[in-house]
Ligand binder design. Structure first.
Ligand SMILES: [Zn+2]
Length: 318
């Protein structure tokens, strides 16, 4: 009898204050909340809907939802695409319109359906990390980005193919036309003259731009510095620099050191122009990785993931 009375004074999980529970849930992975904590009891289910949990949705650390990996198709579980879609639908039910930031894992293969789920359900996104491994229907891009008119920061991995310029041009034009507040962008793509022209044409409001750890053409970099009137920060840290040979799409690799004319243009006009003037450990890593014939092997997966999540411009950190 004494024991029963005593146990009545012991705080019970289901009676815990909802705000405290929500603070604990904020520390969990998204999957742990939607598939685990929210299913424990009605109190936890209700606490899982607290808006503060869903301000930022990070799918970038979750190995369990690395899906449809285009480089290693043999590693995909069958039906994995459905899994991503199912996860996004579940997230939508809990998060509703709360998310301000949404970060996909760089290896997620986001298709039209996934883009539609998050753009229709989460129109208040201001910061987005979006890998585009395949070319998406232009209408779906147009439709998605027309919902995200408050988008300020975009980290994007764009589709690469022989016809990349046509695809990128149309896609980036649709993004630029809809997202007039976009001031901060990072590309994980080679910077060449056609891409620089597309950026100058479609993103005139850019203030911060990063191509860290990518290939960067000297002429293209200078044309961005000159052509973007509001540009204040330009990150070309750990880049491999190139120069156009004058023949079609042929470039000569110059190495990790930027040319003086580029450094001069950047330092004269910008508040912060980021290049590595002597080899840093990340530069050595980039060069070793690019020269390694096995660079697409699974053990190097972390390299792209790290590049995706990390940047010297703090607004671009995931
Ligand atoms: Zn470096």
């Amino acid at each position: 009898m004494e024991n029963q009375e005593g146990s009545g004074n012991i705080p019970r999980w289901e009676n815990m204050d909802k705000d405290i529970l929500s603070n604990i849930f904020k520390k969990l992975d998204v999957l742990d909340v939607i598939m685990g904590a929210s299913r424990v009891c009605i109190t936890w289910f209700l606490a899982s809907h607290n808006k503060t949990i869903w301000n930022t949705i990070k799918l970038n650390d979750l190995d369990s939802i690395i899906l449809d990996n285009p480089l290693y198709p043999n590693l995909q579980a069958s039906g994995s695409r459905y899994q991503l879609r199912k996860i996004l639908i579940e997230i939508n039910k809990f998060a509703r319109t709360a998310p301000k930031s949404f970060f996909f894992n760089v290896y997620c293969n986001v298709a039209e359906e996934e883009l539609a789920i998050i753009s229709n359900g989460m129109p208040n996104i201001q910061k987005l990390a979006l890998p585009m491994w395949t070319s998406l229907n232009i209408n779906s891009i147009q439709s998605a980005f027309s919902k995200w008119q408050n988008l300020q920061t975009l980290i994007i991995h764009t589709f690469m193919s022989i016809t990349v310029r046509e695809f990128s041009s149309v896609e980036l034009q649709a993004i630029g036309e809809n997202c007039r507040n976009l001031t901060t962008v990072k590309f994980t793509t080679m910077l060449d003259k056609p891409l620089a022209n597309i950026i100058v044409r479609n993103f005139p409001s850019l203030e911060r731009l990063s191509f860290r750890c990518s290939y960067a053409c000297i002429d293209a970099s200078i044309s961005l510095i000159i052509g973007l009137p509001n540009l204040k920060m330009f990150n070309l840290s750990h880049c491999i620099f190139m120069q156009h040979t004058g023949i079609d799409n042929m470039y000569r690799i110059l190495g990790m050191r930027p040319k003086d004319e580029l450094v001069q243009a950047g330092t004269e006009k910008l508040d912060r122009f980021m290049v590595c003037c002597s080899d840093c450990t990340i530069c050595q890593d980039v060069r070793r990785h690019e020269n390694d014939p096995n660079r697409f092997a699974l053990k190097f997966r972390y390299v792209l993931e790290e590049r995706w999540k990390t940047d010297e411009i703090k607004e671009l950190e995931l």
